[in-house]
Design a protein around this ligand. Structure first.
Ligand code: SAH
Ligand code: SF4
Length: 470
């Protein structure tokens, strides 16, 4: 098997030179960058790197695309809906380009790592200046520099390499006290419905020393919550293991917990086939690790799990849940569910509802199955749309009842939250999150933002708690 390519420090330095070239080219002009990000936290983390590079090149981040000199659309390919949204927003930027011909528009991320989507952009969006795949992110300064000087549009697609890792790129994190840290990239699991392994390359882990150094810096800078990211964090280290003993995700977590500082650690996502008792033991032992576990089930039917190539069954999954609850009785458990995978029968779907009731999830993220070109499931017989939609509603109704019952017991309790900021729906309130990641709304002063507060819960809804400062 081909090895992960570590981008050398010379290559990263070369990109720094391109950053300086772009900056000097504009000669101190006031320039703005607008980044539109779709999809998962990994994409958000990538956008923070793109933003960091743009800032080094002299661009100021803006939330208004109309004032931008550079627009980047960082796309997602996991479901068709996300792709259509990205294409639709690209369409909306056409008039900006007409008003300001010097505007550079680039599309990157998972969607354009697929050949047919690259072709869509080439044919239907002629005003897009450049396009680059996920493995090209580290070369963004050079790509932009070349696009600024090219007479024609430029397309930088993934090269078919198994993937690379670039350390030392600048990063501009979103404001606040939370930070993402990617610990690995790519995926080897090839679930039959999923496009990720095709657009993100093979699983590759960052060196522990690089991750520990990044977390140490974030903790010293005062970040209060650090979320470790990977498509399957439980595979961490498999590719690093030499002949000797493997350094795995549980080892990494233990080492991160030794870093001094007042911060909480979260992680996502965990594939149930690789979630180990060792990992659960570390979580139970370490106060720095938030007691929240996102464990995507996808389906409660063993037949469908097999067709999805998930490599676990109900029994294994339930064993993990029992073990977690035994070690951490107050743990919050969340999951992802796909409704209407090809061949899903009424009985299979009932099995999913049964798992919801048995596990008693705090929250679920549910998706209608979306066929992805090039994946095995796209060739299977689909479930009719009307049946999919009806099942989806039943899933939501079932979960609503479960969550309502669970949160009802929280009324009257005291909950410690990390205060995030003003509520998006009601500016008179602040919002915070409990260790279990439950959202709490309460009245309070801005001075509390980024700090801990103790709230007495007065009202509980399935997706939010309400309370008063104690
Ligand atoms: N690596 C993560 C998931 C990444 S994709 C994991 O394995 O848990 C995030 C979620 O999108 C998945 O958990 C799945 O529920 C959903 N998803 C992925 N492909 C999908 C598809 N083709 N249709 C509908 N939902 C999908
Ligand atoms: Fe997709 Fe499965 Fe990999 Fe998750 S583990 S990214 S669902 S292939």
């Amino acid at each position: 098997m081909k090895q992960t390519r570590l981008i050398s420090s010379e290559e990263v330095r070369e990109q720094s030179e391109y950053m300086q070239k772009v900056r000097s080219f504009w000669g101190g002009r006031e320039l703005y960058v607008y980044i539109e990000t779709f999809g998962c936290q990994q994409n958000e983390a990538d956008s923070e790197r793109l933003c960091g590079m743009a800032v080094e090149m002299g661009y100021t981040p803006t939330t208004d695309p109309a004032e931008a000199d550079l627009i980047l659309i960082n796309t997602c390919a996991v479901r068709e809906h996300a792709e259509l949204k990205a294409l639709s927003i690209t369409g909306q930027f056409k008039h900006l380009k007409e008003k300001k011909p010097s505007l550079q528009i680039g599309i990157c991320g998972c969607m354009v790592s697929q050949e047919h989507r690259k072709e869509d952009v080439r044919r239907k969006y002629p005003y897009v200046n450049f396009l680059f795949g996920t493995s090209m992110l580290w070369r963004f300064p050079q790509i932009l520099w070349e696009a600024m000087h090219a007479k024609r549009r430029t397309f930088h697609l993934d090269t078919g390499d198994p993937g690379n890792i670039a350390e030392g790129l600048p990063v501009r994190r979103a404001p606040g006290h939370k930070a993402w840290v990617s610990i690995m990239y790519g995926c080897n699991n090839f679930c039959t419905y999923c496009v990720v392994p095709y657009v993100r390359g093979r699983e590759r882990s960052r060196q522990p020393a690089c991750i520990l150094e990044e977390v140490r810096t974030l903790a010293a800078e005062g970040y209060r919550e650090i979320t470790l990211l990977g498509q399957n964090v439980n595979s961490y280290g498999k590719d690093l293991a030499a002949e000797g003993e493997r350094y795995d995700f549980a080892d990494l977590l233990s080492d991160i917990c030794k870093i001094p500082g007042d911060f909480q650690i979260r992680f996502m996502t965990s594939h149930p086939k690789d979630a180990s008792e060792k990992l659960i033991d570390v979580m139970a032992r370490e106060p720095k690790i938030a007691k929240a576990f996102h464990l995507p089930l996808q389906s409660g039917s063993d037949n469908i799990l097999r067709a999805m190539n998930r490599v676990y069954n109900r029994e294994h999954y339930l064993h993990l849940i029992d073990y977690m609850r035994e070690k951490m009785p107050d743990i919050a458990i969340t999951t992802d569910i796909i409704v209407g995978f090809p061949g899903e029968t009424e009985e299979d779907f009932e099995d999913t509802l049964d798992m919801l009731r048995r596990v008693g999830y705090d929250n679920i993220y549910s998706f209608l199955y979306s066929p992805r070109k090039g994946t095995p499931a796209a060739e299977m017989t689909p479930v009719p749309q009307a049946i999919k939609s009806a099942r989806f509603q039943r899933l939501l109704d079932t979960q609503y009842e479960i969550a309502a019952r669970k949160v009802a017991g929280l009324v009257g309790t005291l909950q410690t939250v990390l205060v995030e900021g003003r509520s998006k729906t009601d500016v008179t309130r602040l919002t915070g999150r409990t260790e279990q990641n439950r959202l709490v709304h309460f009245e309070g002063d801005d001075a509390l933002i980024g700090r801990e507060a103790v709230i007495r819960i007065t009202r509980a809804e399935p997706h939010a708690l309400f309370g008063e400062l104690e």
